[in-house]
Write a protein that binds this ligand. Structure first.
Ligand SMILES: Nc1ncnc2c1ncn2[C@@H]1O[C@H](COP(=O)(O)OP(=O)(O)OP(=O)(O)O)[C@@H](O)[C@H]1O
Ligand SMILES: [Mg+2]
Length: 308
């Protein structure tokens, strides 16, 4: 449903998208996972025809996005990162006028607005203004508006950024329902947990490049034998020298220290004993957990940085 080949977008000297290629199949949720400034929104803007690529090809349902902007708009629903709503109109009227812009007939549109409000569980708020809704309700409305024209493909740019964990979960349920309704979804996110839970396949993007892609499990398998040791130290004795001692052990991939909590990525279980020995000389351990790598660790492994 979406095909992107060698896509490049330059802004002056800066390259925001640096030769990315990916395909999104019908009915799948494809995730674009990357930090601030990675090039996620720029790619989406090209897909929806808001921005022209510097080079490369992007196709939606077989149509080149630069040649068939109207044709592709009909097949797409867009939940933009910075979605615009008219602050003088009720949310019901906002949906209605949005539908008119999409060329939906008035009679049909009334039904669709009701369905969208039901679906986003916002019927009670139909006469409220956008700014009178909570953050979670606003995000649900943004996605519901994207659904109004019943498009085959939905582009959701950071649908849950800034939401509290509980509301985020509600939006996740919502996105899962889209998949059940047979929609194809491209979503962007900073949240590893979100990508892991929702996406059939993920492309990890950094500095405008796709640095890894695959199913969540395939990505985690890159660190097949790797282990993450999560240790809480006795607070009085934690310090930088502990990190330095760990860094020099061969087989230690990374050491992340936050006050008295240390996360240590190691290549396999043979290294665990050495790590513990090094720690025991210096300090007291109050808690220890040995965990399988998460997508966070994959990002850390690939870039040497944490995503946020
Ligand atoms: N219109 C523009 N003019 C100049 N530079 C731009 C423009 N739009 C984006 N950029 C730059 O392109 C890069 C990629 O930005 P983009 O918005 O695509 O990132 P993103 O992955 O969506 O980040 P975020 O997670 O913060 O939304 C950034 O360095 C940004 O400053
Ligand atoms: Mg963005």
């Amino acid at each position: 449903m979406i095909e992107v080949e060698n896509l490049v977008k330059k802004f002056g000297d800066a390259t925001a998208v640096d030769g990315i290629s990916f395909k999104v199949r019908k009915g799948e949720i494809f995730g674009f996972l990357g930090p601030n400034g990675a090039g996620k929104t720029t790619t989406i803007n090209i897909l929806v025809g808001l921005s022209l690529p510097s080079s490369g090809i992007a196709k939606i349902a077989g149509l080149d996005v630069t040649k068939h902007p109207i044709g592709i708009r009909k097949r797409l629903g867009i939940a933009a990162q910075a979605a615009y709503f008219d602050h003088h109109l009720s949310i019901k009227d906002n949906l209605f006028y949005h539908g008119l812009l999409y060329g939906l007939p008035r009679k049909e549109l009334k039904k669709r607005v009701d369905t969208a409000l039901q679906w986003s569980k916002l019927e009670k708020y139909r006469n409220k203004k956008f700014h009178q809704l909570s953050g979670g309700m606003q995000r649900r409305l943004v996605v519901a508006r994207a659904m109004l024209s019943d498009p085959e493909i939905l582009l959701l740019d950071e649908p849950t950024t800034g939401l509290d964990p509980q509301t985020r979960r509600q939006v996740w349920e919502f996105i899962k329902n889209l998949k059940e309704a047979g929609k194809t979804v491209l979503l962007t996110t900073h949240y590893m947990e979100e990508a892991d839970l929702l996406c059939d396949r993920i492309a990890i993007i950094d500095h405008g490049r796709i640095i890894a892609s695959g199913t969540p499990n395939e990505l985690k398998k890159m660190l097949d034998k790797n282990i993450v040791i999560d240790i809480t130290l006795n607070p009085e004795v934690a310090g930088d020298h502990i990190k330095r001692d760990l860094d020099i052990i061969s087989g230690v991939n990374y050491v992340r220290m936050e006050s008295n909590r240390i996360k240590i990525g190691v290549v396999d279980d043979a290294i665990v004993e050495q790590v513990l020995k090094s720690l025991i000389i210096r300090t007291k351990i109050s808690e220890i957990n040995i965990i399988r790598p998460t997508l966070d660790d994959v990002f850390l492994h690939l870039t040497g940085r944490e995503i946020r």
